[in-house]
Design a protein around this ligand. Structure first.
Ligand SMILES: NC(=O)c1ccc[n+]([C@@H]2O[C@H](COP(=O)([O-])OP(=O)(O)OC[C@H]3O[C@@H](n4cnc5c(N)ncnc54)[C@H](OP(=O)(O)O)[C@@H]3O)[C@@H](O)[C@H]2O)c1
Length: 283
């Protein structure tokens, strides 16, 4: 029997990689993005999901512009929280399992060791709070769920730090980067592998899925600079000096503990994932 999955946010950075990854793993995949169905409109999303008869819905649609969310909280909550409520209710009504992509920004970043799935959340910014409210809707509305938190994503065809740095290194003699935010850069390819593995195993609950190790934005920029042979200056700065509209956790490394304890963690160390991305996307 063929297994069918719907991917919401199919045109996004994760979605565009996940659709073919699921297909390679034997799933029949239907991808929707905002042009097909707006998750904020329950009357659009429910019939779309019903018509596709999926066993699984992967909800990767979101408003991911963290500072944009801070400037327009209503839209952030509408898409990330209410939109997720609509998707979760539709999954419940149509008997589909739900995979909800969530974020390291649900944590407050006060720790200095990796966060496990069972630790208390405490989001600092609107984006994190809206995604965390989305998590609560998922837990309240459907037991057959996987909440998968990830972080610092990069991959082909999306706005991301790695590609932004590569571009800035072509254009500028000096680039300033924040030193005091620590995370783990994660390739969409590694996340897609983790999602396939989680779905195959079928154990519901909350998961962390990010690449191994940790670094700062500055450390990541240094690694990119080394690989592309940047001859300009990398200048350290702090989050306080940078003064972005949205506060971000100072430390948000995720430990993929649920994966480690069950089916194994397929994610590579971040350095290997970044190196591959820069090599394959070299132009
Ligand atoms: N990127 C990261 O570093 C990161 C880190 C942690 C967690 N995540 C989570 O991982 C998931 C995938 O992230 P991503 O980087 O692939 O995001 P992305 O590239 O921004 O893709 C999200 C997609 O959702 C679409 N969308 C926005 N509003 C919608 C609506 N109302 N209805 C339907 N679709 C809508 C977007 O369209 P538009 O482009 O037109 O807005 C976009 O195609 C998200 O849940 C995100 O919160 C991402």
């Amino acid at each position: 029997m063929s297994r069918r999955a719907v991917v919401l946010g199919a045109a996004g950075m994760l979605g565009r990689l996940l659709v073919p990854a699921l297909a390679r793993a034997g799933w029949e995949v239907v991808g929707y993005d905002i042009a097909d169905a707006d998750v904020t409109r329950a009357e659009e999303i429910a019939p779309r999901i019903a018509a596709a008869h999926p066993q699984v819905v992967v909800h990767a649609a979101a408003l991911t512009d963290v500072d944009g969310c801070e400037r327009d909280p209503d839209q952030a909550y509408r898409v990330n929280a209410i939109g997720t409520r609509n998707v979760a209710a539709a999954c419940r009504d149509h008997g589909a399992e739900l995979v909800y992509l969530s974020t390291d920004f649900v944590f407050d970043g006060a720790k200095r060791s990796p966060y496990q799935e069972d630790e208390p959340v405490g989001p600092l910014c609107v984006y994190g709070r809206s995604k965390e409210w989305g998590e609560r809707f998922v837990r309240e509305l459907t037991a057959r769920h996987y909440i998968v938190r990830t972080q610092w994503l990069f991959g082909p065809g999306g706005r991301n730090f790695v590609d932004t740095m590569r571009q800035l290194f072509r254009e500028r003699d000096a680039v300033r980067v924040v030193t005091d935010q620590i995370g783990s850069p994660t390739a969409t390819r590694d996340l897609a592998a983790a999602l396939v593995r989680i779905l195959e195993a079928g154990g519901h609950g909350t998961y962390h899925a990010s690449c191994g190790g940790e670094t700062s934005w500055f450390g990541l920029a240094e690694a990119i600079a080394r690989q592309v042979g940047y001859r300009g200056r990398l200048e350290p700065t702090t989050a306080a000096q940078w003064n972005a509209p949205a506060p971000r956790p100072a430390y948000s490394v995720l430990r993929n503990y649920h994966l480690e304890l069950t089916v194994g963690d397929p994610c590579r160390p971040w350095e290997a994932a970044v190196e591959e991305h820069l090599r394959d996307g070299a132009s």
